[in-house]
Write a protein that binds this ligand. Structure first.
Ligand code: TYM
Length: 332
């Protein structure tokens, strides 16, 4: 069975973009692939974070993944830092990624432009190398992610190809899998920017755990485009985004929705969209609260996941080190 891997950072504020762009695919794909889904806590410390909250956020992210429909008997959900082989491989791969290409990563460039790169932690700069290690250490064939991760996937492929060319065929060169609808959910207040966990305006971000009133309020106050037509067009980025979300939440196509709302204006459309999103997220929120109420059970699932993941990671790390010429320990 081909293998897939994808991860989410436990930074709180997990939102509709994460759910639609990533988790939904993860749930669908778990049955057709051998699937590994780490909560990537080591990535969450690359910018300022609160040590008092990290463990809680990690459990929260894991509970959300299970609530979204990941079945721990079918796929492997685990915590990245529980499998320290990821960090060891990242160090090895650091010798194959260049400063120039890491500096070209849009996420790094954006942060460097606002505050200057000199003050950024080196971990933030090296973040994509750890991501490459997360993927390559499992020999993943495919990586289901949102559009914003495309560049990191390209880097991962380049690093894998370079490793194979330098040390002999070792790693599978993985492919990104990005959904056609919902791969880039935009901020409801600023439809030219992606919905993000760290965006300044919480009004532009629907969180998976938002109660129904909050969802309704955010949809009602979502910015719209000039005109009154409910149409998906490049010059209507706000309505196009809302139509995509509506489509994902209901299973209707964007074309069908355009026909339903032809001549009816934004008011009706937004009211129905809010209902659809509330119905879409309610089961996830309910299941989340059940799971979160039993942390011992959650931790047992993560432990079982770490055991399964580590067995694979250990083998591939050993292979990489052997190919790179390291002296093995005599105890094996
Ligand atoms: P993270 O935690 O920011 O996001 C988790 C997933 O959600 C997707 N996503 C979106 N999709 C559509 N629209 C949006 N507005 C939106 N915002 C986020 C992301 O593309 C991602 O798939 N670097 C990664 C975590 C990571 C990883 C990995 C992913 C670490 N190692 C290995 C894949 C494989 C990140 O920060 O995702």
């Amino acid at each position: 069975m081909p293998r897939i891997l994808s991860g989410v950072q436990p930074t709180g504020n997990i939102h509709l973009g994460n759910y639609v762009g990533a988790f939904r695919q993860w749930v669908d794909m778990q049955h057709d692939f051998e699937a590994l889904y780490p909560v990537v806590d080591l990535h969450a410390i690359t910018l300022a974070y609160s040590p008092d909250e990290l463990a809680d956020r990690t459990l929260e992210a894991a509970a959300l993944l299970l609530a979204a429909g990941l079945d721990p008997d079918v796929c492997t959900v685990f915590v990245q830092s529980h499998v320290p082989e990821h960090t060891e491989l990242a160090w090895l791969l650091n010798h194959l990624a260049t400063v120039g290409e890491l500096r070209r990563m849009t996420q790094f460039k954006a942060k460097a432009e606002t505050g200057g790169e000199g003050a950024l932690p080196a971990g933030y700069f090296n973040y994509p190398v750890l991501q490459a290690a997360d993927i390559l250490i499992y020999q993943a064939d495919r990586v289901p992610v949102g559009e914003d991760q495309r560049q990191h996937l390209e880097l991962t492929r380049d690093v894998a190809e370079r490793f194979n060319a330098r040390f002999g065929q070792t790693f599978v060169v993985p492919e990104a899998y990005i959904p056609k609808v919902g791969g880039r959910v935009m901020d409801l207040q600023l439809p030219t920017a992606k919905m993000s966990k760290s965006s300044a305006s919480p009004a532009g971000r629907i969180e998976v755990l938002d109660p129904p009133e909050a969802i309704r309020r955010k949809v009602r106050s979502a910015v719209t485009d000039s005109g009154r037509e409910v149409l998906a067009r490049p010059d209507k980025p706000a309505i196009s985004n809302l139509l995509e979300l509506f489509s994902v939440a209901t299973g209707s196509t964007v074309g069908e929705l355009e026909r339903t709302y032809a001549g009816r204006g934004y008011g009706d459309f937004k009211g129905d969209l809010a209902d659809a999103l509330i119905a879409f997220l309610a089961p996830v929120r309910e299941r989340y609260h059940e799971l979160r109420g039993d942390p011992a059970h959650l931790r047992a699932i993560l432990e079982q996941g770490a055991v399964k993941a580590q067995a694979i990671a250990r083998e591939n790390l050993a292979l990489a080190k052997e190919r790179m010429g390291f002296l093995p320990r005599s105890s094996g």
